[in-house]
Ligand binder design. Structure first.
Ligand code: ATP
Ligand code: MG
Ligand code: MG
Length: 377
């Protein structure tokens, strides 16, 4: 079979490589770090810098197509790769998702609702941002943020004055969304323009990091369909080839606001590994390889909990003992506080998890595994 190149050797690369191997592809991973999680699942791993021209050139020459699990490859690097081999999703898509200003502008230009925002290139722009958005608001670094890193919640003028001199400009200021819940849609699109959405997913974050996801989201069908319509519209207008996570807020008024897009497999899509015949990683590889995209066929409802740091690893023994739970570990050599070490999927019969505002009886059993799912009124 052909060789698929994946840039980035983290857990997303690890799981993408497994899906590619299942479809008969060889996988070559380019990782900036030594001994990456993906080394256990990829046939070939090159350890080298993502901005090293020689490394990129050799990598591109060894594969039939290139994709990513890591979004922050430089524009020049992407251009070089694209001159040597098909790159999916395209550099243009990554460039938009890499920069929150470009991302919010793109979404706004295509009639996708987003929270109010103001560009804050330097400290002098803060007063206008504050008067435009009102308190509280959120400042985020325009690039390189993940798991809530590089974010600053600003409660009032006093708090703003205190942090202003030390902030890492350039920033984006976003109005604080008093959301009712958070959703995401995993959307895949191939070169032929076929689009598939996985079930709209409900996400709960803790300390800025995804804690657990529920699929399907406990929302009315019409809202779920609207979320998928938005995701499809973004995938089509951006010209996506591959898979993309679209994160959204349900506002207090019940409307949707898109928070950010991630043109790669996404943590909130990990439930698909056990609850769908074709999971997000296979859908991604299929799209990148130009294969058909069938319906993912969700055969179960699902809850996914991230295993983060020591606290997460401490749950493993209990998870291994319990029926109905599938453990996924990422093979990271060192456990660190706040580090994503693995996840666990719990499966439920179709309809056992939906709502709109109910909760499945079987959650009581899985609570022992740390699946804390808040009961709704
Ligand atoms: P990720 O790991 O998802 O890439 P990130 O660092 O890019 O995270 P965001 O997704 O923008 O950051 O924000 C992380 C979380 O912070 C969101 O999922 C949400 O819970 C909260 N948040 C972000 N922006 C806002 C906002 N404008 N109003 C309210 N809450 C917000
Ligand atoms: Mg992000
Ligand atoms: Mg996010």
């Amino acid at each position: 079979g052909a060789t698929i190149g994946i840039i980035g050797g983290g857990q997303l690369g690890r799981m993408s490589a497994m899906a590619a191997a299942r479809l008969g592809y060889h996988v070559h991973i380019l990782s900036a770090e030594a001994e990456p999680p993906a080394q256990d699942t990829a046939g070939q791993v090159t350890v080298g810098a993502y901005d090293d021209e020689t490394v990129l050139r050799r990598f591109a020459e060894s594969v039939a197509a290139i994709t990513f699990e890591f979004e922050n490859v430089s524009a020049q690097g992407l251009e070089l790769l694209a001159s040597l081999c098909p790159v999916h999703p395209a550099g243009r898509v990554l460039a938009i998702s890499q920069d929150r200003i470009l991302e919010k502008s793109f979404l706004g230009d295509h009639d996708i609702p987003v929270a109010n925002w103001v560009s804050v290139p330097e400290r002098e722009a803060l007063p206008e941002a504050a008067s435009e958005l009102g308190f509280p608001f959120i400042l985020k670094t325009t690039r390189f943020g993940y798991d809530g890193k590089g974010q600053f919640r600003i409660a009032d003028q006093e708090a703003l004055d205190a942090v202003a001199p030390e902030l890492p400009y350039p920033l984006i200021a976003e109005g604080f969304v008093d959301f009712e819940r958070e959703l995401s849609v995993m959307v895949a699109r191939n070169e032929a323009g076929d689009v598939r959405c996985f079930s709209t997913t409900e996400n709960q974050h803790r300390d800025g990091i995804l804690d657990y996801s529920l699929a399907p989201a406990r929302i009315p069908v019409a809202l779920s369909e609207e979320a998928q319509r938005l995701a499809t519209h973004i995938a089509t207008t951006i010209g996506l080839i591959g898979i993309m996570g679209v994160e959204m807020f349900v506002s207090a008024q019940g409307t949707l606001l898109v928070n950010e897009i991630a043109p790669r497999p996404h943590n909130s899509g990990h439930w698909t590994m056990d609850a769908c015949l074709i999971d997000q990683f296979e859908m991604h590889i299929r799209a990148v390889a130009g294969l058909p995209l069938p319906d993912p066929f969700r055969h179960s409802d699902a809850a996914m909990k991230n295993l983060i740091g020591f606290e997460g690893m401490a749950l493993c023994d209990s998870i291994l003992e319990q029926p109905g739970l599938a453990l996924h570990l990422y093979g990271k050599h060192e456990t660190r506080e706040g580090r994503k070490m693995g996840h666990v999927n719990a499966l439920f019969p179709l309809g056992a998890l939906p709502g709109p505002y109910g909760i499945a009886a079987r959650f009581d059993e899985t609570l022992q595994a740390g699946l804390e799912i808040t009961q709704e009124p």
